[in-house]
Design a protein around this ligand. Structure first.
Ligand code: 9MR
Length: 458
């Protein structure tokens, strides 16, 4: 594709995040969608949504086996019409739980929990990017213990993994997340969650992601080990997402906290996206803290500019910022799991294709999307030998003058004047014939002919 003029950075949160292979979402309340400023800010700036309350148990199954989806459906169809990702929030949570659930005896409670998960996930099957399967199951403070709830108290620790297994069966294509607050830094609570996720991964319990809510204020600021904490979870082989971000405050301090969160997410290749917990301060769950990116009149705050700039975009309040800067990828990409929309691609085998004796692999390059000044690539690495691989390194030559802005699901390096990508801790192992992917965003022009890529099984 040709694009006249100089390269423009993306000028909305969603397009800027997409250029980094991420989504930028917001919590949405169905009741506000009819307000034009609310809907237009949503549609212009964001490319993902989370229903703020409409998918919770009290909203969707107020009495047993009687499901009401109207409000959540409204958000889902709005999001779909705008090509937005949808996070499902939430299936199993101690709060906003109708009293009939707490009144059930253990066996019946298990049946009701399974039914609730299955009914919701079936109703929205194929439409949800990620579900918060279990929310806030751990206690605050230093104990690392599970929080008391009807589920915990009657079903025991095993209810969480049971919920995840039930969820996987109901919609195998949705990412399954555990979501919590006060787990943003390394602390006793986050370590308890970490230990659970590690155990799930070791035992094959299906879990794909951890949601870090990110409700910050002066008593609970963005921790200094925020990025390191996200990374330690990512290193377990799960995606991480910032799911309910808001920062009490105003001005530069608030802006800097937001920027730190965005930069930390971008620095962690498996951090697939950020969701703020509302659009405008006037509808925030803690409105008096003015914690969001738009004020009560939908004016962009300094925090908005800081986020856009940290995402690599430009054109916030200072420069008008209403044009789209030539971005063409419409915000449908995401880090590490991109598929579809490949405009060109090619494979160059490191060995030869199909069943080379011993260890061998290939790397194939596919452009997922491109915009003025940048493009996103997914590389598929395949074990083309007869032996299993425990590591791989892909190598290619970046076109002169181009740089990689961000690379995920592999570790970037260089050797012999080429760019290299070595497997991450969690995707080095490949059986013969199996493949995995990594991705990157480059500053430059998407090549018409894919560059030659080599792959070494080490
Ligand atoms: O923002 C939500 C607010 O409108 C509800 O009244 C509240 C009730 O519990 O839940 C808020 O959302 C919560 C989210 O579902 C889970 N993490 C904490 C959020 C803020 O309380």
């Amino acid at each position: 594709m040709s694009m006249a003029g100089s390269a423009h950075a993306a000028s909305t949160l969603g397009t800027a995040a997409a250029a980094q292979g991420r989504y930028f979402g917001t919590a949405v309340a169905a009741g506000h969608l009819s307000e034009s400023a609310y809907a237009s800010t949503l549609d212009t700036e964001f490319n993902a949504v989370t229903p703020e309350n409409e998918m919770k148990w009290d909203a969707t199954e107020p009495s047993r086996n009687s499901f009401s989806f109207a409000s959540a459906d409204q958000i889902v169809s709005h999001a779909q019409s705008q090509n937005m990702k949808i996070r499902g929030h939430t299936l199993v949570w101690y709060s906003q739980l109708p009293s009939w659930v707490g009144g059930l005896a253990a066996t019946d409670l298990q049946t009701a929990m399974d039914n609730h998960i299955t009914q919701l996930m079936t109703h929205y099957k194929g439409k949800i990017y990620a579900w918060d399967v279990v929310n806030e199951a751990f206690q605050d403070g230093g104990s690392g213990a599970r929080r008391s709830s009807p589920f915990q108290d009657k079903l025991g620790d095993g209810y969480i993994e049971h919920a995840f297994r039930t969820a996987r069966a109901a919609d195998p294509n949705a990412k399954l997340c555990y979501n919590d607050y006060n787990i943003d830094g390394v602390n006793a609570k986050s370590t308890a969650v970490y230990t659970m996720v590690k155990d799930f991964k070791a035992r094959g319990v299906p879990i794909d992601c951890v949601g870090f809510q990110g409700h910050f204020n002066s008593a609970s600021p963005v921790p200094s080990d925020y990025q390191a904490n996200l990374q330690r979870f990512a290193d377990l082989g799960v995606d991480v997402q910032i799911t309910e971000l808001d920062v009490a405050g105003s001005g530069t301090a608030q802006a800097n906290s937001y920027a730190t969160v965005v930069r930390s997410c971008l620095a962690v290749s498996r951090c697939t996206g950020i969701t703020v917990w509302g659009i405008t301060d006037k509808y925030s769950w803690r409105s008096s803290d003015t914690p969001l990116l738009f004020d009560g009149n939908y004016a962009k705050k300094p925090a908005y500019d800081a986020v856009l700039s940290a995402l690599g975009g430009s054109g916030g309040t200072t420069s008008g910022g209403t044009t789209n800067g030539g971005t063409t990828n419409g915000g449908t990409t995401n880090g590490g799991t991109t598929n579809g929309g490949t405009t060109n691609g090619g494979t160059t085998d490191g060995g030869s294709s199909g069943g080379t004796s011993g260890a061998a692999c290939s790397a194939s390059f596919g452009v997922v999307s491109s915009w003025a000044g940048g493009y996103q690539v997914t590389v598929t690495v395949k074990d083309t030998g007869t032996a299993a691989l425990s590591a791989w390194t892909a190598a290619w030559t970046e076109p002169q003058g181009e740089t990689i802005a961000n690379l995920w699901n592999a570790v970037q390096g260089s050797a012999g004047g080429q760019t290299t990508a070595h497997n991450a801790a969690y995707n080095g192992t490949l059986a013969p014939g199996a493949s995995t992917t990594f991705g990157f965003v480059a500053n430059g022009t998407a090549p018409q002919t894919p560059p030659a890529m080599t792959c070494q099984p080490s």
